[in-house]
Design a protein around this ligand. Structure first.
Ligand code: FAD
Length: 604
């Protein structure tokens, strides 16, 4: 008999769209043994999603990827119905995917394609499911030949032990899009409505007298709705709502019944009286039908999880698709890394379903509101007449669409008990940015740049003004606590790992530059991980909240966070969200917070 090819892997990611790629990239960077497969022969060259929200830009920046996207993408600083202070970027999905692919390659991971998953089984052995080192998920893979048609039934019937591979994985993540095979293999339903709303999308270089063609415009014309999205190069994308379309029972559209010229014809009607020439060439086009649905569960036994479009589908109006999807992966990556390193029990993954599942439900409500607001007539005033005002439209885009306001609710990783210590922070939301000065040389730095997505918790100690002996004593006491075996640093950092493997400790004092000196800071906090202080102590973990010399930036962090002179300790999760806030005197509360989901690594 021929022996089948068998292998083991920590995480098998099915699907290499934006979700699967961000996840694989982040896991590879975290040192996790990850494989990623895709059914497609090659990566997509053009088209698909393109909008990147401010929060997603922050996330990409935390992985060191934003510069490339900012350089190549079109920057959107204005929406015709509302000026936004922050900006969005649009860039073809393929270019975003390229950033992840290149990044993963540096860590030795490449997408395996075209590869078809044939079957997926989760062991029902309880001991195996509880063991952090077991591989309870079995997936059979079939590598396809280039050009081979993907007819699942035929291929499945031809699978033999000799021509397939059995992969045993600790975890499998289905990031395989709206028609997710993994989701179906798990028997997870999509809950919600399949609407009859059909949209055509065309990417092309436009010839038109429409005045705002280079500005993001959601337009509700008397003839029908369309959205203009300026793109990189001279491209523009137009989303056109198609009204006279029959949708069959399967809820899928037969793309062969459409053409980009027909979509343009509809757009021309909507553009009237402005003219839009029929383009000779299209960069990309598609048609699709919108369902507003969310998966009933994001995981089965926390061993097979789904992410991205596999879990939620909605209209393009809020421009959420790729953003929400990549943020699912961002939420999941560090949790998987912790569980795989055995720093946290598998139950930490419960928070993935809770946080992202909840958010997806809010997203669908937002989308329904968007569709309603967007299809309503725009009215001039607040009168009783039907419709929405310009102000309501503006609120729609500025308040909701940027992804900044995502809030995770109280859980083992979100402790909301001390909101007043940082009164302007919302515990469970992402930590707002701010400029601080490096204490050693007063160089201004963006705090977000000190919070990379490197899987570490960032412990921000804001001791107030340490020229005040009372505040300095509190800071010194925290420094001493870090050396204690029962302190959180020693308790949750594995003895054989570097001292800064789990926690990065950043001190930000609120004081004048003239009063600030690194001599005031315990060496423990200056560089808490240095084993040999004989080498020059690196000073970059001590900062002040003060205005810089040159450009006069900074000095607002305490005010922005609502932290008083009494100071506070703020825990920022590895994904950039505020996990908890404590007083300077109660570092034990910080230890308790971590003990809710991290395994103690010492006997203390
Ligand atoms: P996807 O980008 O769908 O990626 C899923 C990946 O999984 C794909 O690479 C696919 O080949 C692979 N895959 C699927 N099944 C399997 C399987 N069984 N085994 C292995 N691999 C598999 N969003 C917009 O905002 N605007 C648009 O105009 C737009 N147009 C789109 C057009 C199409 C044809 C598609 C598919 C999506 C479009 N989207 C659009 C949605 C947008 O692309 C997604 O919201 C976003 O890409 C979500 O990323 P994802 O990785 O979760 O899913």
């Amino acid at each position: 008999t021929t022996k089948s090819l068998e292998s083991e892997v920590d995480v098998l990611v099915v699907g290499a769209g934006p979700t699967g790629l961000l996840l694989s990239f982040a896991l590879a960077r975290a040192g996790v043994h990850v494989r990623v497969i895709d059914i497609k022969e090659k990566r997509i060259p053009t088209g698909h999603a393109d909008g990147i929200h401010p929060r997603t830009l922050e996330v990409l920046q935390s992985y060191g990827l934003a510069d490339r996207i900012l350089k190549d993408g079109a920057h959107i600083h204005a929406i015709v119905s509302a000026q936004t202070r922050d900006f969005n970027v649009t860039l073809a999905q393929s270019r975003i995917e390229e950033c992840f692919r290149d990044g993963m390659k540096e860590d030795g991971v490449e997408v395996e394609q075209p590869v078809l998953p044939i079957s997926l089984e989760i062991s029902d052995d309880k001991i195996m499911l509880q063991s952090p080192t077991s591989h309870p998920v079995k997936v059979v893979l079939k590598r396809l030949k280039p050009g081979e048609t993907i007819d699942r039934a035929t291929i499945a019937s031809q699978v033999t032990r000799a021509n397939s591979e059995v992969v045993r994985a600790k975890y499998v993540v289905g990031a395989d899009g709206a028609h997710s095979w993994v989701r179906q293999a798990l028997g997870v339903d999509m809950v919600g409505e399949a609407t009859n709303s059909v949209w055509g999308v065309v990417d092309f270089v436009p010839e038109t007298d429409f005045p705002d063609i280079r500005i993001f415009c959601p337009v509700n014309s008397p003839h029908g709705s369309f959205i203009i999205v300026p793109r990189e190069g001279n491209l523009v994308r137009i989303y056109v709502q198609l009204t006279e379309v029959d949708v069959d029972q399967t809820g899928r559209l037969d793309k062969s019944k459409f053409s980009p010229d027909e979509i343009i014809k509809v757009a021309q009607k909507y553009f009237y009286p402005d003219k839009l020439a029929t383009p000779k060439v299209f960069d990309w086009w598609t048609v699709y039908i919108i369902g507003q649905r969310v998966a009933s569960s994001y995981s089965v036994t926390n061993r097979v999880l789904i992410a991205g479009d596999a879990c939620h589908t909605h209209s393009p109006k809020g421009g959420q698709g790729m953003n929400v999807s990549m943020n699912d992966a961002h939420n999941l990556a560090w949790k998987l890394a912790y569980v795989l390193r055995q720093w946290a029990p598998t139950s930490l993954l419960d928070t993935y379903d809770a946080e992202r599942g909840n958010f997806a439900k809010e997203l669908i409500d937002f989308d329904k509101r968007c569709v309603k607001v967007f299809s309503a007539k725009v009215k001039a005033d607040d009168s009783e007449a039907e419709g929405v005002t310009q102000g309501e439209l503006a609120d729609m885009y500025t308040t909701h669409a940027g992804g900044i306001g995502i809030q995770y609710h109280a859980s083992m990783i979100v402790n909301v008990s001390n909101p007043s210590l940082a009164a302007n922070l919302v515990i469970g939301q992402r930590l707002p940015p701010g400029i601080i000065l490096r204490m050693a040389n007063f160089r201004p730095l963006e705090l977000h740049d000190l919070l990379p997505s490197d899987t570490r918790f960032k412990v921000l100690i804001l001791p107030g003004n340490i020229s005040d002996p009372k505040q300095k004593a509190k800071l010194d006491a925290i420094a001493a606590h870090l050396d204690q075996p029962e302190g959180f640093l020693k308790r949750f950092t594995p003895p054989d790992a570097p001292e800064d493997a789990v926690f990065d400790i950043i001190t930000i004092s609120r004081m004048e530059k003239t009063a600030a000196s690194t001599q005031m800071i315990s060496p423990r906090l200056l560089s808490h991980w240095e084993k040999y202080v004989a080498v020059p102590v690196s000073n970059h973990q001590a900062y002040i909240d003060a205005e810089s010399f040159g450009a006069r930036v900074g000095g607002n962090l305490y005010a922005t966070y609502g932290v008083s002179n009494n100071g506070a300790v703020i825990i920022c999760r590895p994904d950039g969200y505020v996990g908890m806030v404590a007083t300077l005197d109660d570092v034990d509360a910080v230890g308790e917070y971590f003990s809710g989901f991290l395994r103690a690594q010492t006997d203390a």
